[in-house]
Design a protein. Structure first.
Length: 202
């Protein structure tokens, strides 16, 4: 998806050698777009955020892809104290090992916004929100959250509207649990049209 690839497998042995990206103390005026982050592995000392780690960060992540990344918590993204925005991105086939928290995207005390993303085929789950102090709600709007192994959306203090979500927290205005009919759930997360894979002509 992204035109620029950040591959954490620096020695090309098939295994990631570190986290793809860390973002700390950035304001809402900051943004990153058009990147593919692949094979990120969180540092062993914390094992938080294999693909992207955000701390005290209000930046926007737009039009990016995060895939094949891993951590104990937040294999794809880990946000702490970060009212960031993630939009128009595809986050798929990532893993985390902390099964009690069920997510490859983990938001801690962040009040972040996820809008217009496809978050699918992650193990053990897609998106989880956790608050240990008073924090604005996680805003989840107009996303496809699909086929997380245990959960598509979990945690507390979440405002979920107009999403496709089948497992976990499914309640919310405009939410549906209908199969989004990806062109290919392994390789192509475009949606099919009546004529097959969507394109501008059909």
């Amino acid at each position: 998806m992204g035109a620029t690839i950040v591959n954490a497998d620096t020695d090309s042995n098939g295994t990631g050698d570190g986290r793809c990206l860390s973002m700390t103390n950035l304001t809402a005026a900051s943004s990153i777009s058009g990147f593919t982050f692949v094979k990120g592995v969180a540092p062993a000392a914390t094992s938080l955020g294999g693909g992207i780690y955000m701390s005290a960060c209000g930046a926007t992540v737009a039009g990016c892809e995060v895939t094949d990344c891993a951590a104990d918590i937040g294999g794809a993204l880990y946000l702490t104290g970060s009212p960031a925005t993630v939009t128009g991105s595809v986050i798929h086939h990532n893993t985390c090992t902390a099964f009690d928290l069920y997510s490859v995207i983990h938001c801690l005390n962040s009040g972040a916004t996820f809008e217009g993303n496809t978050i699918a085929e992650n193990d053990p789950g897609n998106l989880f929100n956790q608050n240990t102090v008073a924090t604005p709600p996680l805003i989840v709007h107009n996303n496809i959250l699909w086929n997380g192994f245990f959960s598509d959306l979990g945690g507390t203090n979440i405002t979920s509207t107009y999403n496709t979500v089948a497992i976990g927290i499914t309640a919310g205005t405009g939410n549906i649990d209908t199969d989004p009919l990806f062109a290919d759930a392994v390789n192509d997360f475009h949606l099919q049209s009546a004529g097959g894979r969507w394109n501008g002509v059909i």
